[in-house]
Design a protein around this ligand. Structure first.
Ligand code: SF4
Ligand code: SF4
Length: 350
């Protein structure tokens, strides 16, 4: 069975930055956040036999720094791997980076994931990324950098490696993801084109990595789209019930389909069965953008009909892959993922 092995908690949607691609529309004026009590009670209720990693993210989790320290400490004492996701805005000098990261390390932080790309660069300098990344590595915190790109992006993995002046190699965890037109990007970046290559297919995050968002909803995935209804596991999470809520969600057919085949495959089924036109894959930035289209009123009713028809097929497929030890993204993406290649890439205007 597809089961959860990690959890994300969006502490707050407040952020000192206001990036134009932000899927949660975070910014300095946004006030949505979880109370400290809900955050700590939720971490306390995590079963370490089942959940191996908890990620604290946002918005900017460093804005709730004292809560972050307590939450990291509780999770770490349970033996759960801890990760924080940040723009590293606080790392304006090596000293500033060290002050916070050393304390977090002492409280049990294992991993840091730094978000950096052309959109972040409008608000912070690469220096903060370099400081946070190098200080983390020197403290023994595993560090990763995530780069969102569109066709004209100036930042990619090789440029990050270059700007690290030899202190980082392509073997470090540096990831590139295509821009999805979700959240603020839908309004601000709709003119941007997708990178040449991207993957549409099974979603490895749904069911395996549920999220408590800053509104107090428990979702089946990181919930980066506005129309989250079909992804909701629990509308107002009671922290002590998190594990039973997650386990009850394992029978959800839509979530199973998203994990096994992905949202675009469901759109394709809708086109085949109901002869309804769907957007061309070349026009879709990625899986989350496909979910956003799928969950819109135009398509979701059809999706429900298809899932009813295919219920047994989905359950059988999950059982078969599970019995062959292949219920993992590295196999499902091989089986059902497809590379989308743009035929024409616009010329970069510098
Ligand atoms: S993308 Fe990250 S850093 Fe930028 S506004 Fe959103 S939460 Fe803040
Ligand atoms: S593809 Fe859909 S299910 Fe997967 S993370 Fe994105 S919104 Fe969630």
């Amino acid at each position: 069975m597809i089961t959860a092995n990690n959890i994300a908690i969006h502490l707050t949607y407040t952020c000192p930055l206001e990036c134009s691609h932000c899927c949660f529309q975070s910014g300095p004026k946004v006030k949505t956040r979880l109370s400290e009590e809900i955050i700590l009670d939720t971490v306390n209720a995590i079963d370490p036999e089942k959940i191996k990693m908890v990620a604290f993210t946002g918005g900017e989790p460093f804005l709730l720094y004292s809560t972050l320290l307590k939450a990291v400490e509780i999770a770490s004492k349970k033996g759960v791997t801890t990760r924080v996701v940040t723009s590293a805005y606080f790392a304006t000098s090596e000293n500033n980076a060290r002050k916070k990261l050393k304390e977090l390390k002492d409280f049990g932080l294992d991993e840091i994931s730094i978000s950096w790309d052309d959109y972040h660069e409008e608000y912070v300098d690469f220096d903060v990324v370099r400081n946070a990344f190098l200080v983390s590595k020197s403290l023994g915190i595993r560090a990763a950098i995530n780069i969102v790109q569109d066709a004209n992006s100036k930042w990619d993995v090789s440029r990050v490696v270059l700007e690290m002046n030899g202190h980082c190699t392509e073997e470090d965890v540096l990831c590139e993801t295509n821009l999805n037109l979700t959240g603020r990007a839908k309004e601000k970046l709709s003119e941007r084109n997708s990178r040449n290559n991207r993957l549409l297919g099974p979603c490895p995050y749904v069911l395996s990595g549920p999220t408590l968002n800053a509104k107090g909803n428990l979702l089946a995935c990181c919930g980066v789209i506005e129309e989250q209804g079909p992804l909701v596991i629990s509308n107002e999470l009671i922290p002590s019930e998190i594990m039973s809520d997650i386990e009850n969600s394992y029978s959800n057919l839509l979530h199973k389909w998203l994990y096994l085949r992905g949202p675009f495959a469901l759109l394709e089924e809708i086109r085949k069965k109901f002869d309804v036109p769907i957007p061309l894959e070349e026009h879709i930035g990625g899986n989350c953008e496909s979910c956003q289209i799928l969950f819109g009123s135009e398509y979701f009713g059809y999706a429900v009909e298809i899932l009813k028809d295919k219920a047994q097929e989905i359950v059988n497929e999950e059982f078969l892959l599970s019995s062959m030890n292949m219920l993992d993204a590295k196999y499902t993406i091989d089986l059902w993922g497809k590379n989308v290649v743009n035929e024409k890439i616009p010329i970069i205007q510098l």
